[in-house]
Design a protein around this ligand. Sequence first.
Ligand SMILES: [Fe+2]
Length: 305
Amino acid sequence: MGIQRIESVTYGVADADMLEEAVRFFEDFGLFLVERTDEHAVCETLAGQTVQVDTDPGAHLPPPVESGPTLREVVWGVDTADALDRLVTGLGADRTVRASADGVHHTVDETGFGVGLTLARPRPLHVTPRPANVSGSVTRWSTPLEPVGRVRPLRMCHVALNIPKAGREAAVAFYTDLLGFRPTDVVEPMGVFLQAPGDDDQHTFLLCHRPDKAGVNHVAYEVPGVDDVIEGGNHMIAQGWREARKLGRHTIGSNIFRFLHAPCGGRVEYACDMDRADASYETRIHETAPPHTLWSLRQNRDVAG
Ligand SMILES: [Fe+2]
């Protein structure tokens, strides 16, 4: 089939202090620290994807696309060795691809972001959704809900990158023509939502047009439910991290979200309840941007008068 999921992301940071800050951030966020040296750290989701933070991310990566700490590479997990061979061969006919000792094939996209391909190593997830009640469908009797407690992201579910508006068609075509992504929603003034061929989420990847600037926008992590989104965000704020966008539900993808600023660049998103889309979902073209969210928490001061 092809690309199934995000396998890892790599951030480059300037020094050991920034590295320490990033490790504290991701541990507070709920990831598991699995490797740590003076130069780099690796954190993991429950699904076994890794977040790499490095003071010297390596010779196989292109230069950063923006100043300051930022995302340097997204490695995509491919479901079979045959599919991986096919993708690497196709990429190799178009641009330079280098293999590293860990089995990752590295190249660079049209914007300058590092792109890797490797065999996916999915770890099964065991999730019991919290029972919900509505009249006519009651599933929770005589059991008040308990707090979630420590929030643990299940998996990285999507990455969003900012790309310059000039040349955006070529930037998107790299992912559709060479890597097999398909556009699910095209918002002409804003960007293209893309689904990996082996993923069910309405989007696995988002390329946001910006007037002239490339950079990391955000990386999203699926959590089991809305209580995790709320409690996870509250915990991060209690630990001193800054919220970037308060609780809401997106119009495209329908995911419930809460965003935090990440010290290693861009933002991270706690996300849940995203739309799943199969082959019956036809690409939607939006000539004007739909409202960013239909479900923001409006306050009195948001209403004129
Ligand atoms: Fe998102």
